[in-house]
Design a protein around this ligand. Structure first.
Ligand code: PBG
Ligand code: ZN
Length: 321
């Protein structure tokens, strides 16, 4: 007599009731790019069906997000000017600060999480302050905490430092606390790899480094034990949520994190993961809908509690939520 696993695969009703991993609206965070200007909704070349929004056009996308019951957005700003110190990043009237206030007006209960980094704002495109061709860690911390504080003042729910400097989570936590923002959370890009999968984003955000690369601060792609140290440090410094990025090529990192730590884990399905699926489906090589749902389910199955994805809206429409 065989033991029969196929008994539970006979029809979709049976498969539905025994399915271990199911995607829900509350799993997703949707990234949004905001730009200065008026009446702008401009499609991003490298990321089809993603747009640069000016503030006056945000309401349409925010309404869709809320209707689909997505709980949070991750904001990226494209500033009107860049300089050596990325000063447009901590301007209280900067693009992200204004967008936070605007979104909170449109949808007060939608979580607004802000990417905290310098690369969109610096003339050299690095994620920190450059001294002698090297990103100066400790000097950069002061700037990052200023950026985070200005986002908190604008009313964001969480800040998400994506720079990969040592000690940034503790420094930001300390700055937020001493200014009274004890309830502003930190979602740390903890295990952020020096990945080529960010290519389309850098085009979208105009944030590619003008010299060198990000390998002196982002993680080496071959390392997983080091990722556990990054995550451990960030938790000890006060991270509320830790992140693994990219997602699909790093499912092992997500799983190790799930097995070792008890904090919520976010995984970021990044621009390159998105663009590859888009391009291949456009060519007719793969079926976009089923590939996307498979990739997202895999990320959740690996142990992610939260998935940051450019496919959030499509996925929920396809799932019929
Ligand atoms: C900024 C930042 C990047 C991404 C998120 N925040 C780019 C980078 O580190 O170069 C990548 C997001 C994506 O590729 O979708 N530091
Ligand atoms: Zn950066």
């Amino acid at each position: 007599m065989y033991k029969r696993n196929r008994r539970l695969r006979q029809n979709s009703a049976i498969r539905d009731i025994v399915r271990e991993t199911v995607l829900n609206p509350q799993d997703f965070i949707y990234p949004i790019f905001v730009v200065e200007g008026e009446n702008i909704k401009k499609e991003i070349d490298s990321m089809p069906n993603n747009y640069h929004y000016s503030l006056d056009r945000l309401d349409e996308i925010i309404k869709e997000i809320v209707e689909l019951k997505i709980r949070g957005v991750l904001l990226f700003g494209i500033p009107s000017y860049k300089d050596e110190e990325g000063s447009s990043a901590f301007d209280n009237n900067g693009i992200v600060q204004k967008a936070v206030r605007k979104i909170k007006e449109i949808a007060p209960s939608l979580l607004v999480i802000t990417d905290v980094c310098m690369c969109q704002y610096t003339s050299h495109g690095h994620c920190g302050i450059v001294k002698n061709q090297y990103v100066d860690n400790d000097l950069t911390l002061r700037y990052l905490s200023k950026i985070a504080l200005s986002h908190a003042k604008a009313g964001c729910d969480m800040v998400a430092p994506s720079d990969m400097m040592d000690g940034r989570v503790g420094f930001i936590r300390e700055t937020l606390d001493s200014n009274g923002y004890v309830n502003t959370g930190i979602m740390a890009y903890s295990a952020k790899y020096a990945s080529s999968f960010y290519g389309p984003f850098r085009q979208a955000a105009n944030s590619a480094p003008s010299f060198g690369d990000r390998k002196t601060y982002q993680m080496d792609i071959g390392n997983i034990r080091e990722a556990m140290r990054e995550i451990e440090y960030d938790i000890n410094e006060g991270a509320d949520i830790v992140m693994v990025k990219p997602a699909l090529p790093y499912l092992d990192v997500i799983r190790w994190t799930r097995d070792r730590f008890d904090v919520p884990i976010a995984a970021y399905q990044v621009s390159g993961e998105y663009a590859m699926i888009k391009a291949a489906s456009k060519m007719g090589y793969i079926d976009e809908k089923s590939i996307v749902l498979e990739a997202l389910t895999s990320i959740k199955r690996a142990g992610a509690d939260i998935i940051i994805t450019y496919y959030a809206l499509d996925a929920l429409r396809w799932l019929n939520y």
